[in-house]
Design a protein around this ligand. Structure first.
Ligand code: MG
Length: 312
């Protein structure tokens, strides 16, 4: 049986993650820019954003149907689950990070820093201590396409923020990026990975990298000594997820890139393979009951593929 040609093997280590007779599922199409997938295990569905159409969609894993979950949706972008399984949303138009309570109500977790409105929260990740970490570039206020055009009150977008689980306070944990975008922790939460998509506005002055920030003792901030984890060879990394063994599955212009971390003292990673797709990929998420199905938001479409790995 031939391997699906979508699997582009660059290093033999990629074989351990792919299933020889699995194929790419094209689950849905009709979006303008799909993003921000989050799998909700209790309901066996995937929520994802269609940002320019200002709607959040819901793919039902059992029926295979995709329907509108919320519209208007404050131009939501990234999503994640908090430690209690509640959906956390990054809202471009709301210029906030919010959470849907178990009763369905919207609660704002963050909408300002230093007394100034956030730009347009882009992506978020939950840490095991209950904190939520998020990025805040200006994509959602640069034009009216993905939010409401506005001038940045913060006057910058270099920061990654942390919302404290106890008192709700917001601190800037990373301050040295151009346009921080997707983010995730390594499985043991010793490293924070953040993609920089500054290339979209400053070009080659900002290479399309994922940076690795070692967490500081206590895990509430990061060390300033970040390193380049990977540089994208096709487009730029946007959203990504980390597999159980630490492998990073990152969005790129030509599909999903599989990045195996190097030994800790070396830093960096090896691009061992790609899942090639016909549309630009913005973000991915592990789903399915065994979390071994990678959902892929790619411009107008939602794809999925079963892998021989699972969510961290
Ligand atoms: Mg993003």
């Amino acid at each position: 049986m031939a391997l699906d040609p979508a699997f582009d093997v660059l290093d033999r280590r990629f074989y351990r993650y792919i299933i020889h007779n699995a194929h790419i599922d094209h689950l849905w199409t009709g979006g303008r820019w799909t993003e921000g997938p989050v799998y909700v295990p209790a309901g066996r569905y995937l929520l994802f954003s269609d940002i320019p159409n200002d709607r959040t969609l819901r793919y039902d894993e059992l029926s295979g149907q995709t329907s509108v979950f919320e519209q208007p949706a404050l131009n939501q972008n990234g999503h994640c689950l908090d430690r209690q399984g509640r959906v956390v949303s990054c809202e471009h138009r709301g210029r906030a990070v919010s959470r849907i309570g178990h009763d369905g109500s919207r609660e704002v977790l963050a909408d300002a820093f230093d007394g100034k409105r956030l730009n347009s929260p882009n992506d978020a990740v939950a840490k095991s201590d209950g904190s939520i970490w998020f990025t805040d570039p200006t994509y959602g206020i640069d034009s009216d396409y993905e939010g409401d055009q506005a001038v940045s009150e913060l006057g910058g977008q270099s920061n990654v923020y942390r919302i404290d689980p106890d008192d709700g306070s917001i601190t800037a944990v990373v301050t040295d990026m151009v346009r921080p975008n997707g983010l995730a922790f390594s499985p043991d939460e010793s490293v924070l990975y953040v993609a920089d998509t500054g290339i979209s506005h400053v070009g080659k002055a900002c290479p399309p990298v994922i940076r690795a920030y070692p967490l500081a003792p206590g895990g509430r901030s990061v060390s300033a000594d970040s390193t380049v984890f990977a540089t994208c060879d096709n487009g730029a990394f946007d959203g990504f997820r980390v597999g159980a063994d630490g492998t990073v599955w990152a969005s790129a212009a030509d599909g999903v890139h599989c990045l195996v971390p190097s030994a800790q003292d070396e830093g960096g990673s090896t691009l061992v393979g790609k899942i090639l797709l016909p549309e630009v990929v913005a973000n991915v998420e592990f789903g399915g009951l065994k979390r071994n199905r990678l959902y892929i938001c790619a411009t107008t479409s939602l794809f999925a593929v079963y892998l021989n790995t699972r969510a961290a």
